[in-house]
Design a protein around this ligand. Sequence first.
Ligand SMILES: *[C@@H]1O[C@H](CO)[C@@H](O)[C@H](O)[C@H]1NC(C)=O
Ligand SMILES: *[C@@H]1O[C@H](CO)[C@@H](O)[C@H](O)[C@H]1NC(C)=O
Ligand SMILES: *[C@@H]1O[C@H](CO)[C@@H](O)[C@H](O)[C@H]1NC(C)=O
Ligand SMILES: *[C@@H]1O[C@H](CO)[C@@H](O)[C@H](O)[C@H]1NC(C)=O
Ligand SMILES: *[C@@H]1O[C@H](CO)[C@@H](O)[C@H](O)[C@H]1NC(C)=O
Length: 170
Amino acid sequence: MASSRLLLAVAVVAGCAVGLAGATDHIVGANRGWNPNINYTLWSGNQTFVVGDLISFRYQKGTHNVFEVNQTGYDNCTMAGVAGNWTSGKDFIPLREPGRHFFICGNGLCQAGMKVAVTVLPGAFEGTQMVPPPDSHSTASDAAAAGATCFAAAAWLTVAALAVAIAAVA
Ligand SMILES: *[C@@H]1O[C@H](CO)[C@@H](O)[C@H](O)[C@H]1NC(C)=O
Ligand SMILES: *[C@@H]1O[C@H](CO)[C@@H](O)[C@H](O)[C@H]1NC(C)=O
Ligand SMILES: *[C@@H]1O[C@H](CO)[C@@H](O)[C@H](O)[C@H]1NC(C)=O
Ligand SMILES: *[C@@H]1O[C@H](CO)[C@@H](O)[C@H](O)[C@H]1NC(C)=O
Ligand SMILES: *[C@@H]1O[C@H](CO)[C@@H](O)[C@H](O)[C@H]1NC(C)=O
């Protein structure tokens, strides 16, 4: 009984670790980076983005930048729905929510193709659950619940390991 619970906790923690270790850094444009006159639709179509992955933008600091906007901003190269901006030249942006995400350059070169749209798929935990209806609002709380499960399992495993250690000493 105790050992099967321990096994379960080990399995859950291992699953959490795999989820973390499996995070991919998607470098926009690969070795061409974030620059004008690149078709980023071709690039993004070749990637599979999952919640927990990173999207990273590499460019000459001060020349370009990155703004997250909504679909209207992406379609029209405007700041509509702006949700964040990055300027370091080597920006790592975590993809925390499933769905469509839109990034553009804010220095006028969006019109020259510096725009990228990505579709982020639910992570492994959500993927193992029933598929939610398309406009379900439950995904963020699902992700939080999965995180809480990892934390609880890790805490339980620590206590169990301590108990085993104490039993061994006694
Ligand atoms: C980029 O490539 C896609 C897919 O081939 C194409 O539909 C789109 O028109 C291209 N965009 C530009 C700006 O050339
Ligand atoms: C997409 O990926 C394939 C296989 O890795 C590669 O051969 C191809 O060049 C990639 N296309 C683009 C536009 O990056
Ligand atoms: C922005 O693009 C959308 C299409 O995605 C279009 O319907 C809308 O009229 C455009 N808005 C502006 C202000 O250009
Ligand atoms: C994007 O944001 C603008 C400004 O908040 C809003 O008017 C527009 O409807 C939004 N577009 C979408 C597709 O959500
Ligand atoms: C860029 O982001 C910073 C916070 O990170 C914010 O203070 C600033 O207003 C943003 N700039 C624009 C143009 O949205």
